[in-house]
Ligand binder design. Structure first.
Ligand SMILES: [Zn+2]
Length: 412
């Protein structure tokens, strides 16, 4: 399976050719950067989880001559050009989109942005380290260092595509980092999406205006703190009938209000979509002998400048799009941490942490596309199992090295 994945990455995405464009700042480099990048990609694809595990595999497979040592990999990651790695990610996106491997989410191309704490460490080692004091159970106070990022993904019906990340620097909030991220993503991926969704934090006129400048619509969660919009929407809901429907197991009552003059800073009219949702579920009863039927209730409100004329067919789809915000939590943050070790610090330096993450996301994107399009074997049911098969393939197969990477001739 490992060979199959590598062949696929090369055939469809030219992966081991396009990574040749990434450089680093070593002055007299003995090992070309492409070899380092290829080693990191192999480490991520085979889910080694640490440079130590990779080093163990290198020793086991007697690949010392072909794969750089882990200390070299770590050192080079300190100065790898991040924009060039981002360009590789963009290239993968372009190829996937051209080959129709990505699909819109309920008839629209949807971007999702959110912030996340990615790693913690007891040591402060770089300029991106943020710190906080934690009190342990025995009352002793410790300083904990951590790194936070904002991430941008494209939501999709089957897979979400991780587009880019941006560090949240010490002393700044999530929104400051998100501005940089959204500016860059709008510039690099101008046609990839038409609407961007964020949580309550993104209900800011500056966010809406920034996206408007790039001809994108915005959707943000509305929470009670925004009293005026919130109360106006509630007043209107009492006066009008909702649209009622069922999607899968959930029953919806949805209101769609146009509100002007309740958001001072923005100064333009917006829509507030309110959704009351009820999902019947069956749970174990307290005595453990039988089942109980319950109703899970949830109330949501979103603010958007998406005009009704641009609505994806129906209000039903718009509500589904608003909910696709969860994909960033589930498929980007949780899954990459739980399944792909995205919270591991491979090398603690400001540059290396971002470089390893960007390369990991390139691998995860390719893996996800590979899985849904290329795995026809019905006995492979879960992602975890497929990842295991790939790791096992790397461990046991006879692999000729240098893998596929061929170093392009240096233009003189
Ligand atoms: Zn740090």
């Amino acid at each position: 399976m490992f060979k199959k994945l590598i062949r696929y990455s090369n055939k469809i995405f030219d992966l081991f050719t396009i990574i040749a464009s990434v450089t680093d700042k070593r002055i007299k480099a003995q090992i070309p950067t492409i070899k380092i990048i290829a080693a990191i990609i192999i480490m991520h694809f085979t889910n080694q989880g640490s440079l130590n595990s990779l080093s163990q595999e290198i020793a086991f497979k007697r690949l010392k001559a072909d794969i750089p040592s882990v200390s070299t990999i770590a050192r080079v990651a300190d100065t790898m050009d991040l924009e060039e790695i981002r360009a590789v990610g963009l290239e993968i996106y372009k190829k996937a989109r051209k080959k129709k491997m990505l699909e819109p989410c309920y008839e629209m191309w949807v971007g999702v942005v959110d912030g996340h704490e990615q790693i913690t460490s007891p040591y402060c080692k770089c300029k991106y380290c943020k710190s906080r004091t934690v009190t342990r159970k025995d009352g002793v106070k410790d300083i904990q260092y951590y790194h936070e990022f904002t991430a941008f993904i494209l939501a999709g019906p089957k897979i979400s595509f991780i587009v880019d990340i941006e560090p949240i620097l010490p002393g700044e909030g999530e929104i400051t980092s998100a501005y940089r991220l959204m500016e860059r993503v709008c510039k690099n991926y101008p046609k990839a999406f038409s609407v961007v969704i964020g949580d309550g934090l993104y209900l800011k006129e500056t966010v809406f205006n920034l996206l408007e400048r790039h001809h994108k619509y915005a959707i943000a969660v509305l929470k009670e703190e925004r009293r005026q919009l919130f109360e106006e929407a509630n007043r209107l809901s009492l006066l009008s009938e909702p649209e009622v429907y069922r999607r899968k197991k959930t029953y919806y009552r949805v209101w769609d209000h146009s509100i002007e003059g309740s958001w001072d800073g923005y100064g333009k009219g917006v829509r507030v979509i309110a959704s009351e949702e009820a999902t019947p579920i069956r749970v174990h009863s307290k005595d453990g002998k039988s089942f109980e039927d319950k109703l899970n209730r949830a109330n949501w409100m979103w603010v958007t400048n998406l005009p009704r004329s641009e609505d994806p067919c129906s209000l039903k789809n718009t509500v589904a799009i608003c909910h696709s915000r969860w994909q960033i939590e589930n498929q980007c943050f949780n899954e990459t941490v739980n399944t792909w070790n995205a919270d591991h610090v491979y090398r603690h330096s400001a540059n290396a942490i971002v470089a390893f993450l960007l390369l990991l996301f390139i691998c995860v994107n390719i893996f996800n596309i590979f899985r849904i399009r290329n795995i026809k074997d019905r006995s492979i049911k879960t992602k975890i199992y497929l990842i295991k098969l790939i790791g096992r393939g790397f461990h046991t197969d006879e692999i000729p090295f240098p893998l596929v990477p061929t170093i392009p001739p240096i233009p003189i």
